[in-house]
Design a protein around this ligand. Sequence first.
Ligand SMILES: NC(=O)c1ccc[n+]([C@@H]2O[C@H](COP(=O)([O-])OP(=O)(O)OC[C@H]3O[C@@H](n4cnc5c(N)ncnc54)[C@H](O)[C@@H]3O)[C@@H](O)[C@H]2O)c1
Length: 282
Amino acid sequence: MSSVDFNPSKNILVSGGARGIGRALSRMFLEAGHRVFIFDYDEDELEYTKTVHLVQYYKDEKVESALCNLRDLNDIRSKVPVAAKFFNNRIDVLVNNGSIASPYWKDGKTMEDPATLDEWQAYIETNLTAPFAMSQACLPYMKARISDSEAGAHLIQGAGPCIINIGSFRAHQSDPNQEGYAASKAGQLGLTHSMAVSLGRLGIRVNLIAPGRIKVAHESKAGDEDGTDWEGQVSQKDVDDHPTNRAGRPKDVADAALYLIEAGFVTGQDMTVDGGALRKKN
Ligand SMILES: NC(=O)c1ccc[n+]([C@@H]2O[C@H](COP(=O)([O-])OP(=O)(O)OC[C@H]3O[C@@H](n4cnc5c(N)ncnc54)[C@H](O)[C@@H]3O)[C@@H](O)[C@H]2O)c1
């Protein structure tokens, strides 16, 4: 059997990577030696992240970005090829991270208010339709090539390409007035296992990371300018609610993602990263 030319540096597309968990994922992937392409629709934040926060990686041509509104299918379909070009037409990992991350209806609304239906639509389109459409657009650049399988890639290379959906513990547990967010995140569970089964024939693994409470204010332009740190965001309730005695760090999600990227025998899984909060009766 001939050996496969295995490159440990992966080409990783991260949606919603301008701030928050997505920014931390992008940085930590770069620190691990990977190349990263970031999608976001927040122009200022995206520009700052690329040209200031990640400036050295940008100068070294390890990171690039494009403005992309995840609610616009044409935007997704035209920007994925731009990312693929940066990666010489090979995308190894797609991280569907971009979401409307606030779980509550806006302005204290409840579902009794018909106006929530517009917000429902936005949750479903951003958090559920976009991961499907992003994955669909990336497939031509991800699927295992015949030349790889002839070289025994399934035996030697191990992990292969993969898709990681960033879900939420809210798929399993709600506070009042979170129907839109919870339903969109629960939908990602079905999307993940169905895609894992369908895409196995293309050599693509699909998994989901469900973060618990992750403090992210420091992963932003404003956070950098104000000197916000993670420690200052952790309350006594965060300590009390978690068997790990703390809230989550973006790094906790990055650790799970870096594991899944190399976990060649893991697909269709829902990995909860919540400090044990879902297991604890309060
Ligand atoms: N922070 C938490 O406690 C937590 C908990 C559970 C799950 N999550 C999940 O983690 C992921 C990241 O969350 P976060 O806390 O970093 O959120 P965040 O709001 O800080 O970041 C989300 C990013 O997605 C981008 N985005 C939103 N809508 C978009 C659109 N239509 N097009 C393009 N980009 C868009 C935003 O501009 C932003 O950069 C989300 O999927 C969220 O649901 C977060």
